[in-house]
Design a protein around this ligand. Structure first.
Ligand SMILES: [Zn+2]
Length: 382
């Protein structure tokens, strides 16, 4: 298949690179990529791959666009808020390069569908933001012998690699055999992320994909690239394949996809959806605030920076990190409703205070986010 005149004009800056040339551009066009996630990493990845002329790009993302995504997820515009990310991504990609075939999958990648989703593609790129999906992507790629172009970001730091045990390199499990304890590593939603950071890491992933498609240069197989934006420094770690790795080692114990939520210690949504006796709703919290006679005190355990962004009137701040030295300011015989941003940290605060002998504690489900959605929209969401 030759390039037509329009393609020759569009890709001319590639074509004049001797390392790419006509042959390389044809290889790019014949490459298909499955991008898992159309978020911070997925945005630069999909946009640059489309511009570069990758023939087929599939986008898996079950989520819809939120205002808080726009700070870094350039695939989506202000007008896309509330729309499915896979759909918005497809339109943006077509706007950049209508020659690219885009396959949107507005669905969650699961152990049931992962192999079927991944099988048709040459390269998988990991733009996920959570551990279950990352392990799932890794294991599925190892089982199918697919290149897995990995990237992750948090606050001001990011990392990237290419996992390819079938080419002699390690996999994600060789590097991280065990997931961190559930709740130990905050997500970007909890810990924040500098908006440009996924742009940098995602562009590194896109670069690796183009090199792999053309077959030039030295890939990140066997190397972990670490980036720190505050120091503006890159470091590199050599990675070795672990012969004991449960999925890519000599005697693998994982021969099919498992339950990754359980593996990562995360309760199933169906379980989580059931009423938790330790939780109250934001409606209950409003009742407590409106009726001081009930004797229920509401406290906020978020960080000061979050409190400055948004807080509920008359609710004092007592950050979770300061609880171990400040819990004596509270009365163990009093009833407390504890809130944070989403309901996760307030549950940790509840568990801590319970260990200190507090008896009447509830965690506010959904935290100040639910408060903003259901009670008072003048409180900003973040
Ligand atoms: Zn491995």
């Amino acid at each position: 298949m030759e390039l037509n005149n329009d393609e020759i004009r569009r890709y001319s800056r590639h074509l004049i690179l001797p390392e790419v040339g006509l042959a390389g551009q044809k290889k790019i066009r014949s490459t298909s990529v499955l991008c898992i996630g159309a978020g911070g990493l997925g945005s630069p990845i999909a946009m640059y791959l489309a511009a570069a002329g990758v023939g087929k790009i599939a986008i898996v993302d079950f989520d819809t666009v939120d205002y808080s995504n726009l700070q870094r997820q350039l695939l989506h515009t202000d007008a896309d808020v509330g729309r499915p990310k896979a759909q918005s991504a497809m339109e943006t990609i077509h706007g950049i390069n209508p020659n690219v075939e885009v396959v949107p999958h507005p669905t969650r990648i699961t152990s049931e569908n992962a192999l079927d989703l991944i099988r048709p593609y040459d390269i998988v790129v990991d733009g996920t933001d959570n551990f279950p999906t990352r392990y799932l992507t890794n294991d599925a790629c190892v089982l199918l012998k697919k290149l897995n172009v990995y990237g992750s970001i948090f606050r001001f730091e990011g990392q990237a690699s290419v996992f390819a045990p079938h080419l002699g390199g390690p996999c994600y499990r060789c590097l991280y055999p065990e997931p961190p304890p559930a709740g130990m590593i905050p997500s970007c939603a909890e810990g924040g992320v500098l908006g440009v950071l996924p742009g940098i890491i995602g562009c590194i992933q896109a670069t690796e994909i183009l090199k792999l498609a053309i077959g030039i240069g030295n890939s990140l197989v066997g190397r972990l690239l670490l980036f720190n934006a505050l120091d503006m420094k890159f470091r590199e770690l050599k990675l070795r394949r672990d012969p004991e790795c449960p999925v890519c080692g000599e005697h693998p114990t994982i021969k099919e996809l498992i339950d990754y939520e359980i593996f990562c210690g995360i309760p199933h949504e169906t379980v989580a959806a059931q009423a938790n006796p330790d939780e109250v709703t934001v409606q209950d919290m409003k009742k407590a605030l409106d009726n001081p006679g009930l004797g229920i005190k509401v406290i906020d355990v978020r960080k000061l920076v979050e409190y400055e962004i948004a807080h509920v009137k008359d609710v004092p701040l007592l950050p979770l990190s300061e609880l171990p030295k400040r819990f004596t300011e509270l009365d163990p015989n009093r009833q407390y409703y504890i809130h944070c941003n989403s309901g996760a940290r307030s549950m940790k605060a509840l568990e801590f205070l319970r260990e200190q002998g507090f008896k009447y504690l509830k965690s506010v489900k959904g935290g100040i986010t639910a408060w903003s959605d259901e009670i008072d929209s003048s409180v900003p969401r973040y």
